[in-house]
Design a protein around this ligand. Sequence first.
Ligand code: C2E
Ligand code: CA
Ligand code: CA
Length: 262
Amino acid sequence: MLNAEDIKYEQFSLEKIFELALRNDSFYMCYQPIVSTNNSRLIGFEALIRSRINDVRLRPDNLIPYVEKTGQIIELGSWILKQCLVDYKRLESYGLKDFTMSINISPIQIIDHDVTVEINDLINELGVCPKNIKLELTETALISDSNKISNTFARLREMGIKIWLDDFGTGFASLSLLRQFKVNGIKIDKSFVSNIATDNDDFTLCSAIIAMAQRLNLELIAEGIETPQQLQILNCLGCENIQGYLIDKPLALGDVITKWAK
Ligand code: C2E
Ligand code: CA
Ligand code: CA
């Protein structure tokens, strides 16, 4: 008998290896804590997909664009949504209360599929409070099929679900789109944060984004925080929440329970 570790996955095409991973339950979700900048209080988690098969092609940066191209993001995305909400309930059963779960969503899940029905069924079936669910979309989602996106956002808002813009500042969304789509919050991309302590331009950009979010009454999370210095600067600038290796890396559910559900 061949052990999973002995299989030479490189011999398979990406199509084959993805099918194998999906059918053999090789995907699992990791959860990265998001904390309050001034007192490190846990706010919630961002869900990030991982594969037990160690192949670079299955890392999220390669996997997600691939399944978006083939359309399989709809099947994978449904699995992700369900897993995140099942794990949410599990964390609650370990005593974690009133935390948020941020789930990355591809625009294809909205445009080619009705994600609202799916989420509505899941939150009812599992008994998850919708106000604790945040869907993260990148700016490109706002310029793909704006009518469909805007109608979907309206329905999600009615359900109580929050919409967040991911990687803010790296795409083409204008400030007016932020208002038009009535997003609840923005995530400052780690490319701006990484040099915030050493690069004047990045510092200026971050402070401008934070000031703008405050004026527009948007919630904020800065991602990719790796040093105490970055944390201190963001705290001074008034960025309320942060996420990054300085706090914790994305953790498998068991490790979240051990480290964060006390
Ligand atoms: P993202 O949504 O911007 O996620 C943040 C990425 O930054 C994650 O990479 C995370 O592991 C990484 N990260 C977190 N803290 C730090 C830090 O302090 N320093 C550095 N250098 N990196 C940090 P990951 O997990 O490889 O995911 C990459 C991208 O793939 C995500 O970017 C997201 O766009 C996509 N993705 C991941 N999981 C999912 C998913 O479940 N669904 C969808 N649609 N996309 C996903
Ligand atoms: Ca994200
Ligand atoms: Ca991001």
